[in-house]
Write a protein that binds this ligand. Sequence first.
Ligand code: PHE
Length: 439
Amino acid sequence: MRQREQWTSKIGFVLAAAGSAIGLGAIWKFPYMAGTNGGSVFVLLFIICTLAIGLPILLAEFVIGRRGQHDAVTSLKKLAPGKPWFFIGWMGLLSSFILLSFYSVVGGWILSYLARALFFRLDVADYGGLFNAIIANPGEVLIAQAVFMIMTIWIVQSGIRGGIERASRWMMPLLFIFFIVLAIRSLTLEGAMEGVRFLFVPDWSYLTGKTFLLALGQAFFSLSVGVTAMMTYASYLPKEEKLGQSAFNVSILNIFISLLAGIVIFPAVFALGQSPAEGPGLIFVVLPAIFNEIPFGGFFLILFFILLLFATLTSSISMLEIVVSTGIQKKLERRKTAAWVFGLLIFIVGIPSALSFGVLSDVKLPGGTFFDFADILTSRIGLPVGALLISIFAGFVLSTAETDDELRMKPFLNRAWKFIVRFIAPLAIIIIFIASFID
Ligand code: PHE
């Protein structure tokens, strides 16, 4: 049997973990969730949830993953022999499966924009009409989603190494630079300040249990926490890597990009007289509008969507990676087949989500369309429950000697982390959960 792969460089893991985290969560979902949930209060809760709950549990996933050195299920079995904790791994597989089924729909939208911009010259002026034309066209959304899944499968089947690590190194920084330029353009539009106020001046009437749960779900979603994705990535790590530092960097970077996305989107939303509560189409409607205000906007739009596609792929591969690595467990030679089989299944399960904005828009499930339902099932249930169990596992099942050996931070930090994953994080998740039902 082949030896298990490891990351090719020290920075490889940080890039991969950041790549998994930074994606549609920060860039697409954060602005539209903030937009539909009152702006500033959601932003504030999101930051609190990320730092106080998301970050410690991210670190817990790192600790478990590296200690286990296997796919999530095998690692959990190994660390708690004869106990049912490995169940967390199967839950993570299920959550990632559903996540990717609708994530790939949005990935497909990006491809649609790209293809149209490249081959038909996008009419950047008619941004609203363009989005509606795309999402309502069943053939186009399905083909785009399929192509996105094929790209994801392609990368996953060839293992963790290769071009991705290398490409991340310059694609991600380029995306940041782009975002900063866009933020400046957005902030200098006339009437932009109202957007800034929307993002940063709290309207406390939105402070409800439901907003809290949505912000918590957003924190987990955008950190890739609760589905054992980060556990799986950390299992490819050598012992030297400093886990605490990595978890901290990924969390801060994620907050930074989310806020930046907000600062790009909302000033423009208000300046251009659009609605912040547009929903999942928000960035697709607003971004082209901002590019329209920039010299060579059409060209930069293409470049931007290529970078966004890349950020999205570095996240989608981590979702498929969990499904594949858990599905094949130790049978490495089945990796290729598994990637294609699971990829195809995920595509099929995602079809109703893809059609949720067109032919299936009238089909109502709990919480809305198929797309909404898949999102709720994961962001409000799968991820928080997974995170809760991971926190308890790291806090109570692993011994302090074991966790200290992995953490190797300053003693007071080790102790603080242990206290948070034992008590603070689980209690917070449970309370937020209950509060959201009371509303
Ligand atoms: N964090 C990713 C994003 O923000 C989504 C993701 C969730 C990836 C869970 C893997 C696991 O786009």
